[in-house]
Design a protein around this ligand. Sequence first.
Ligand code: GUN
Ligand code: FE
Length: 424
Amino acid sequence: MNLTALYKGHFIDTPTPDEFRVRKDAIAIVEAGKLLSLERSVPARFSSLPVKDLGEGVVIPSFIDLHVHAPQHMQMGAGLDLGLLDWLENYTYPGESRFADEDYAQALYPLFAAELLRQGSLRSVVYGTVHLESTLILAQALEKAGLMAFVGKVNMDRNAPDDLKETPEASFKGSDAFCRRLADIDRVRPIVTPRFAPNCTETLMKDLGQLAQRLALPVQSHLAETLSEVQWVSQLFPERRSYTDVYNDFGLLGPASLMAHAIFLSDAEIDLIMQRDATVVHCPSANINLSSGIMPLGRYLDKGVNLGLGSDVGAGHTLGMYRSVIQAVQASKLLRVLRPEEDHRAVTLSEAFYLATMGNGKFFTRQGWGPCGAFEPGMSFDALSIDMRFPEAVEMSPLNQLERFLYTGDDRHIKTWILAGKVL
Ligand code: GUN
Ligand code: FE
């Protein structure tokens, strides 16, 4: 089998956040799933190989979604005039309860995986539900679709409806079993998932922290998404210094931790997150929909916080990460004009695109999956070809075509999906 493949196109990526890098009419040489180099023409030693033309549009690194709830795919858009806690109670928990039924999971999760792929998110970090078997079905569905992912069985042992509430022992055992049973699946790995502090007792969080440390597993949760949640956490954990300290105190905050939202943090909490080298996942779609607030993305970027971007479907209303890129930019612009006294800055399109590709890719790299997220030699060749179908007479530059796609495009404009050198 020939392991070398050549692709021709106009390649755009963001190896750094400050600007888009455009390489027109380039040839990508891909060997064993990784980019060997990007050349101006086909090198002589490869001249006998066919060149696959990715078209007149642009080729970009495929998207990575660092925070998405698979069981909420079907509720996307429903009940979004509510605030977080009412939305959880009235829409989300009832929707998630249905995944006790494995047939339901078998019917729905392949649809989620197919849509994730179609929208160009070829790697993702995904929440299931509290149900062990259904969440294994989710992992299998992602694997079967050819995607790479981390999947978490959700843990909740308090403040949840009876049919989703586990005992601390059952919750821990379920997670332990889930993580072990996923060992057979190659491209889908487990992630320890205490849903958020209000749903977990101290006993459970402590056990989950130990599980993550013992099996060297990553952790995901929600942090400081709304003010009422922050207040609730301070009532539930009166002896803890802060919301962030709750996770830290139970061994859930470290270099392999993803904390979604992180809107309402004190300076001390931001320092703690940075000290622990944890990653904050910005989910602008969800934050706007649930009127939660606006994360100070520009400030976090300038401080050097590890950052990622997530769709947070179903509080977010689309799996298309190109939409989250735009929402991150728009939210930052609104924060700047609405709170001029706080000296916020607008985040640029290249910075937001960087987060959805390179920035999110760092999490996979840190977990030992090898580098990804841009077209650099040695990186996994993960790509989408985009065609906005401009008439030739328009003469739109590749960069303007990408901007146009990010703002106005959708899955109809994604023509090719490539993950680790394999066309999906
Ligand atoms: N906090 C706890 N659970 C959830 C969830 O499912 N979605 C969001 N956006 N926030 C949460
Ligand atoms: Fe979420």
